[in-house]
Design a protein around this ligand. Structure first.
Ligand SMILES: C[S@@+](CC[C@H](N)C(=O)[O-])C[C@H]1O[C@@H](n2cnc3c(N)ncnc32)[C@H](O)[C@@H]1O
Length: 257
């Protein structure tokens, strides 16, 4: 069964880790953040809303269509004055035209069927010359083999049916670029980026994270028994008692209005 973003039990699933420092420095190399007004659409638990607000942005609005996600995000970002949250849909945010210097959509577009409508809405709320940052995994990113750092690859080695499902919901680089151009954006950059998702003391800690399906919408497709088998399978590939640094490969697109 797919993840239900509106279920209270999933409130903190995208709020339970911090963005790695090199994420902000990588984004900052392409897009100056200092003094900027930013909209983080599909903000989930506010991990990246927080990173942007603490890295020089003047004001960051985190938006999500799930009230439960926004509750988790508000808790995660409490005491940070330059953040606000609003409930809204990526296809129809309800925000005024031309307000933002930067719009971020991280790990959102694979949940969106009408990419054109989504990009038109981002363009509408951006100021002229504003920057649109999209980060998601393409089918190529998803198809990389498992390794002691690329844990996600083991999911597909164990359950090839998951890879089929995963690829079906992911956009290729050319689909994203075509939709950006059709919306009138100018593409400034497209690059691959290995992001450290989380560091674990040992396999036991990773196993718990997997069993809780934390921040991993794909694992909601598995039954509890299938998930336990997956955790055992991954355990067979990793040295016991050793720390694990889990990384995922992403594609980032940076476009200008
Ligand atoms: C995979 S999570 C990513 C969260 C966050 N951006 C991150 O990278 O940690 C996707 C988020 O997008 C939200 N979402 C999905 N479809 C949406 C839509 N049409 N409009 C607004 N939010 C949406 C979900 O509620 C969820 O919080």
């Amino acid at each position: 069964m797919p993840i239900d973003f509106h279920d209270q039990n999933n409130q903190s699933t995208y709020a339970s880790r911090e963005a790695e420092a090199s994420w902000i420095s990588t984004i900052g190399r392409y897009v100056p953040l200092q003094g900027k007004r930013v909209l983080d659409i599909g903000c989930g638990g506010g991990i990246y809303t927080k990173a942007l607000a603490l890295s020089g942005a003047a004001q960051v609005t985190g938006m999500d269509f799930s009230a439960e996600m926004l509750k988790g995000a508000a808790e995660n970002c409490r005491d940070i004055p330059n953040i606000s949250f609003a409930r809204g849909n990526a296809l129809d945010t309800g925000l005024k035209d031309g307000q933002f210097d930067i719009v971020l959509e991280r790990a959102l577009i694979h949940h969106i069927r009408d990419l054109g409508a989504c990009f038109r809405e981002a363009q509408r709320v951006l100021k002229p010359g504003g920057t649109f940052i999209i980060q998601d995994r393409t089918p190529e990113d998803c198809s990389l083999a498992g390794s002691p750092t690329h844990i996600r690859g083991y999911f597909f080695e164990k359950y090839p049916k998951l890879l089929e499902q995963e690829i079906q919901r992911r956009y290729s680089g050319s689909e994203v670029i075509d939709a950006l151009r059709q919306t009138g954006f100018v593409l400034n950059a497209e690059f691959s980026y290995w992001e450290t998702r989380k560091s674990y003391r040992d396999f036991e800690q990773l196993g718990l994270d997997l069993l809780n399906r934390t921040g991993r919408s794909l694992l909601f497709e598995l039954t509890d028994d299938e998930l336990s088998e997956l955790v055992n399978f991954i355990g067979q590939h990793l040295a016991s008692g050793q720390p694990i640094q889990e990384q995922d490969r992403w594609t980032v697109w940076i476009a200008e209005k």
